[in-house]
Design a protein around this ligand. Structure first.
Ligand code: OOG
Ligand code: NI
Length: 447
């Protein structure tokens, strides 16, 4: 034993393989990556302070690796197996997202790394949704969907075997990891050949486009991959120059001096050909591209303020007006690091400066004074999770314009966790623990 490849290394190989596959499947995603790379390079050139900062926080390296993806599955067994697959790559389920609120019949979690070190290596995340068949109104169609799902296996036999082997041995050799990545990728590949006849596909689409997307194919195709940009406004504005049509609104908070949480935008899903078993053809729109700009993780207090202001701002029909209006409403949200820290609105990572190393904190010295003296440096912790309202906006923009309000939300976290096979981790506890750990490393006990 002993000669195992680390989970972090497997994750990086997998995320690169996934990106390469998706570029082949959806060429516009490659174009989007080029655009983001140009925007990031020019943002760093224009803003040396930002570059220095990312460099010091050891974040520059992860920038080009950084992306998230999204998938949707149909059964508890599939979800639980995915959990075990992602565990091989050091990704754990964090957070519960109820999207039924927004008329989308799924609930979700994010598989992602959780430790500081693993996040620094590669923060690859997969937003994973489980279809809620009980939200399909027509009982016959519900049974049909369940029967179709019961017949498929979205994992290759070799993939299952390697997951079991990893669980027994506690790791995978380099050679086994290589095969594992290749086999795992098969689960997320696009298949134009539907598993159901055209009439069933159409009936399920009528219920909800998402239901057809989850039920009618032999795998759980990756539906988007999302690189991280340093300037989403610029990237959105440049999309048409690159031949990409963006969704109307940038989701999330407005542009700020200190970015918070997550701002996202996407391009519309492609219309792709589908082939049915009897040779008839049709089309399906599911796969798209998205970009995001990440900012500070907020504390429960900061998050409550964000949620309140976002609801107050409402949505708009024109991005420029919407952003202006958001910016006005968000004046109530402090926009400097010091206030965010002192009012405990955001989580921070603390570390000793060179001066602090030379003159370490003594018992009784306050954090504020140590920061003022420049002995401790405070840096907002990057938000690693997702936003349900934004996610709903992304889902909706890719399901066509037909508004599909459904079921007033009824979250069912317990059902989700029993399907998953474990409880999801609480993201707030994870941020808090990281903040505490960074303070402890500085030799300071309290924020
Ligand atoms: C997931 C949409 C959520 C995000 O970035 O908020 C998401 C989906 O469409 O399956 O990826
Ligand atoms: Ni996304």
């Amino acid at each position: 034993m002993g000669h195992f490849l680390s989970a972090d290394a497997i994750r990086t190989r997998f995320s690169q393989a996934m990106s390469a596959m998706y570029q082949q499947e959806v060429p516009q995603y490659g174009t989007l990556m080029t655009l983001v790379q140009h925007v990031n390079e020019s943002t760093l050139v224009d803003n040396p302070a930002l570059e220095a900062r990312l460099h010091n926080a050891d974040e520059l390296e992860r920038l080009s690796l950084e992306r998230h993806g999204a998938i949707r599955v149909g059964t508890a067994q599939e979800l639980s197996m995915l959990r075990q697959m992602f565990a091989v790559m050091g990704m754990e389920p964090v957070g519960y997202y109820d999207l039924s609120q927004a008329g989308v019949p799924v609930h979700s979690t994010a598989f992602r790394p959780v430790s500081d070190e693993a996040l620094r290596r590669n923060p690859f995340r997969i937003f994973t949704s489980l279809l809620r068949l009980e939200l399909i109104a027509d009982p016959q169609l519900r049974d049909k969907a369940a029967a179709v799902l019961a017949q498929r296996d979205i994992f290759t036999p070799r993939c299952r075997a390697l997951i079991a082997q990893q669980q027994q041995q506690g790791g995978l050799s380099d050679a086994d990891a290589e095969i594992f990545v290749k086999e795992a990728l098969e689960t997320f590949r696009w298949h134009a050949l539907s598993t159901v006849d055209r009439a069933t596909f159409q009936a399920l689409s009528q219920q909800h486009r998402l239901v057809a997307d989850v039920v009618c194919f032999p795998g759980c195709h990756i539906n988007h991959l999302t690189p991280r940009t340093l300037d989403i406004d610029r990237a959105q504005a440049l999309m048409p120059d690159y031949g990409i049509e963006p969704k109307t609104l940038i989701e999330g908070p407005p542009r700020r001096r200190v970015p918070i949480l997550l701002r996202q935008t996407s391009f519309k899903a492609l219309e792709e050909p589908v082939i049915f078993p009897l040779g008839e053809t049709g089309t399906h729109t599911a796969r798209f591209g998205e970009i995001e700009q990440r900012g500070a993780a907020l504390t429960p207090k900061g998050r409550a303020l964000y949620d309140r202001l976002l609801a107050e701002a409402g949505t708009g029909v024109d991005n420029q007006q919407h952003q202006q209006h958001l910016a006005e409403v968000f004046r109530a949200f402090p926009d400097d690091e010091r206030s965010l820290r002192e009012q405990q609105l955001a989580w921070f990572d603390y570390r000793l400066s060179a001066q602090g190393e030379a003159q370490p904190p003594q018992p009784g010295e306050s954090l504020t004074s140590l920061i003022e003296q420049g002995r401790i440096l405070a840096e907002p912790i990057v938000y690693e999770d997702f936003l349900p309202v934004s996610a709903a906006g992304i889902f909706q923009s890719n399901l066509g314009d037909r508004a599909q309000a459904r079921s007033a939300g009824n979250a069912s976290r317990a059902d989700f966790e029993s399907a998953l096979g474990v409880a999801v981790q609480d993201e707030m506890q994870l941020y808090q623990a990281r903040q505490q750990l960074s303070l402890a490393r500085c030799g300071v006990s309290e924020a």
